[in-house]
Design a protein around this ligand. Sequence first.
Ligand code: PLP
Length: 378
Amino acid sequence: MDKLYFDNNATTRIDDEVLDAMMPYLKEQYGNPSSIYSFGANNKEQIKKARKNVAKLLNAEEDEIIFTSGASESNTTAIMNAVRNNPNKKHIITTKVEHASIMEAMKYLEEKENYKVTYLSVDVSGRINIEELKQSITADTCLIAVMMANNEIGNIYPIKEIGKIAKENNILFHTDAVQAIGKIKIDVKDLQVDTLSFSGHKIHAPKGIGVLYIKKDTPFIPLIFGHQEKNRRGGTENVPYIIGLGKACELILNDEYQKSEKIRYLRDKLEEEIKQNIDDIIIYGDIENRVPNTISVGFKGVDAIQLMLMLEGQTIYVSTGSACNSEIAEPSYVLTACNADVNNYSPIRISLNKNNTEEEIELFVRTLKNIIKNMRRK
Ligand code: PLP
């Protein structure tokens, strides 16, 4: 085993099948899909195929799918669209545990455009309170943005319930589904979301490609102008990456949900082994309602950054929070919002993928146990 990679909520390895599907469009079939001659125009058909797979995965219509550069762009587009389409409404509801791409947009709107933002609180397990959401709604609310699954603790949020509330109140509802896609089933019609985002690089497609789902007939103002994507997102289409993303969605449609069950089995085994072999630990998040691949765990008296570095020394890769924040040596804002005892039990995040094996889990637990024993001895 050359390395043990347990940081799949940060990013995933490109699947061989995905790469194989992309290669011809990087090397030989590089024509611009907007061209009239067939060398370019044929690529339009391939984009259509990819869009079909994405739409099928979400139970959406093909016209409701826009390709973007990633979920940060999709999130930003959805938020700016909601505010620009409702210039007289200056209130947004979100949570304290959203991804930075949502949080930073909220901060900007508060500081520069005089928006009032309600950040829903979370309990010790990271759950939101639907009553608080209902009570936060005002006649001035233009957007509710709640993630489908959290990147650090894996919690799954009650999107269907929120969708219903948003609809009843005629408020646009956006969900960031980056950490849910491929791990749990998503049906945009059932969930009643207006906009939804996800990213290729969390589902074994490349970095730099993502999706914005926008429900039919939702008013839309682009973030990037141009004629592509039916005037909704300018820029020459990233043909190979779109094809890669389409392939990754096709793989999920074919059998990945069953693989999710395999991942859940391995995650539960790993968690059980950690509990049995190492004392004084805390598992963070909503244990009963998490995506199947994630564990957030703290070990009493063990500094997570030191632990991560010690594991790295054994070519085992985990993270101390979300990838976007891990260079900042501050406690995770997600766990701080949960009122977690991060000083005594600083968290590492272990996130699995479909290629992990029982053998890897066993080796990981043995190594982890030894490292923690040594660290606690000092
Ligand atoms: N939202 C969540 C929950 C994420 O975990 C991430 C990536 O870490 C993003 C958004 C951003 O995705 P991208 O890297 O495609 O911009």
